[in-house]
Each structure stands twice: as C-alpha cells, then as structure tokens.
Ligand binder design. Sequence first.
Ligand code: PLP
Length: 417
Amino acid sequence: MKLTLDDIRQLDFDDPLQAYRDQFLVPPHGDGEQLYFCGNSLGLQPRSAAAAVQSELDSWRERGVEGHFEGERPWTTFQELLRAPQARLVGAQPLEVTTMNTLTVNLHLLMVSFFQPRGTRNRILIERQPFPSDRYAVESQLRWHGLDPAQCLVELGSDSGALIDESQIEDYLRSEGESVALVLWPGLQYATGQRFDIGRITRAAHAAGAMAGFDLAHAIGNVPLNLHDDQVDFAAWCTYKYLNGGPGAIAGAFVHEHHHDRVDLQRFQGWWGVDLEKRFLMGRDFQPAPGADAWQLSTPPTLAMAPLRASLAHFDQAGMTALRTKSVALTGMLERLIRERADDILEILTPAQPERRGCQLSLRVRAGRSAGQVLFRKLLTAGVVGDWREPDIIRVAPVPLYNRFEDCWRLLEAVLA
Ligand SMILES: Cc1ncc(COP(=O)(O)O)c(C=O)c1O
C-alpha cells in the first residue's frame, strides 16, 4: 500500500520530538515557510540563539574586560559549557573534546601532531573524492614535510563518486599498510551521504601501524558516535551544520586520552593551550592544559560560541538516541516516497541500509545533469531548499530536530509539480 498524506500526518502527530520544530526559525517563503532540507550545510537558527548572544553582549556592556572573569558565564571558561554536550555527541570523555578555530584549521593542527612521517612510512590515505578542503589540507601537510603528494597521497575509491566499502580500506592497509602513517576519513561522506564504520577503519589503521583521524562535519549531531571506545586517535568537526551553531561557527576537536600525556608529540602551541591555572601567570614555559584543550591556540570567540550553547541544549534535552530513531524513520519515509512516487525521475545514491547513512539522501536526476539543474531551480523557486553539489547531485537532509514527515511529502509534491 502506498503512503498517503493522512498516514504521514499521523506520523507527525505521534512524533515525540514534534515540539522541537518551534524551537527553530524556519526562513519565510511567500506567505509561508521554506521547506528546509539544508541542515547538512547550515542548520537553522535556534530561537534561543539571539538571547544567548545578547546575554554576552550585555555582559560586555556591563562589565567590559571583567566579563572574562565575572558574571553568570565568565568568558574565560565559556568553552566549558560546550565541552560535555559535544563529548556526549561524539562518545568521548569530556577532556578528550575541545572547542576551537574552524574545521580545516583543526585538521591542520591535529595533523601536525598525528601525521609524523618516518622513513618509508610517509603516506596519507584518504578517499578519492573528499571534501576539497581536506584534500588541500593533506596535500599541504605532505609538502610541509618535504613529501610529494603524487607519491604519498593515496586516494581510494572511484572518480564517479561511488560508494566505498570499508573492505577496500582494509585490503589496501593489509597490503601497503607499512607505508601509511595516517588514514584520514570522513565519518559520513558529504556528497553521497554514506556513513562509514569508524571503529572498523580505526582498527584497520591501527593494525597497519597507522594513525586514524576523522572529519566529522557531516556526522556529528546526525549519527551516534563512539570515538573513545572506537580508539580513534583524533577527529574534528564544524558546528554550523547539524549542530546549528551559526554561519562559520567555532569548530570542535577530539584527541583520544591515549595521546594526552605524550611528550613525543609535536604540537603547535598558543597561550590558550596552557593550563588555566598557569595561563594568566604569563610564564615562559608551555605547561599544557589537560586533554584536548592543550591544542587550543587563542582566546575563543564568545559571541560565536553563544548560539552553539543554545543549540546544544536542545541536543541534550532531546537526546541523540531519540533523534536518531526519528531520523531513521524520517529519511526512511523520504526514501520510500521517492521510490513509490518518483522512481522514474530520481536515483538515490545514498546507501539504502539505515546503518550506512545519516539523514541525508543524495539524489541524481535520471535524465542527466541539466535536467537535474532545472529540477533544483524549480524546487528553490517553490521554496524547497536542498543544495546542489557538482557534478549532478541534489542533497536533501530531513533533520529530526526541525523537519516534519509532512515536509517530505511536500518535497515530493514539488518534484512532481
Ligand atoms: C566534510 C567537510 N570537511 C571540511 C569542510 C570545511 O569546513 P571549514 O570551512 O569550516 O573549514 C566542510 C565544509 O562544509 C565539510 O563539509
């Protein structure tokens, strides 16, 4: 039996998370609202974000520099408010998580520590079609060490952007692992929406004697993560996608506790990486803060952290287990609607198994790239906001915090209109 609009409205009616939608500001479209499917690119603004920023502006107005140490949330320790909620989302001990910089910067800082080529163990293993910034970052890290990316950058997968099975990574590491110093992989692939088995990739990297690092831009707040138990060496993520931290918001980083007290690690240093007890003593010696905080460089931007604090409160309240349960149902429903009603128009590139994807579906218009662009523009005009990724992918991400089941129905109506 095909799904009907009544079935779908019932799902929204029964949804235990339905109230969260009102906690977010959905951009207007005409007399109504956009059908927003772009939380994989920029999450919606939490209704509480403006007050959270205003509250720090008030503290600045009332206290000036004293706001660093006084008030309800002194800025010097503001990051503490973000630590535990993000640690819960990535499955980490609190001290394994810090909030700093932006994603590409954090990947670089972590590679300074965890890409330490020695002799013939000098390769970095990445996917063939990573997010471009990751490729640029690893290429430049290799050159910085005097290595040639043509020799030392190994890219697995195909040029067509097809899915990559973890066994391909294992096979490569079994045969060539002695030459690999670092495996840098996404938790969830940005173009196809494929979710990877982080524990399995980490085990394969470690068995080969390599480090395992992950870009979690599309994974955090989208799928459950267990970085600590999976023994991941390091990870980094941005907070403007599923975490709704706002455009260009501050990023996060994870360093496994195994590495916290190592004295043999290289690390780029800044005063914010000094233990808080010592930081303001202005000493000559770098005395690292415990855990991942030692990787911080600079005074963090309070005004850019405030919206993230507001958003993380929703994650803590809703809980990742409930969010994931809804997400599997929501994306499963969108997939079913596409197959039932638009199978002749749209190909779904994202894996069909729920455990191999997050909320995003990547779609390709069967009639080709220009038909895809026409459809994408038609959707935008109708107020249906997904995004376009070259060469021919339309990404749509129903986000469990603020998308309704009915949004998926209306997306199909717009496709078929
Ligand atoms: C997978 C992935 N990696 C890296 C980046 C780059 O992030 P940033 O511009 O915050 O450094 C993005 C941005 O969207 C991304 O999606």
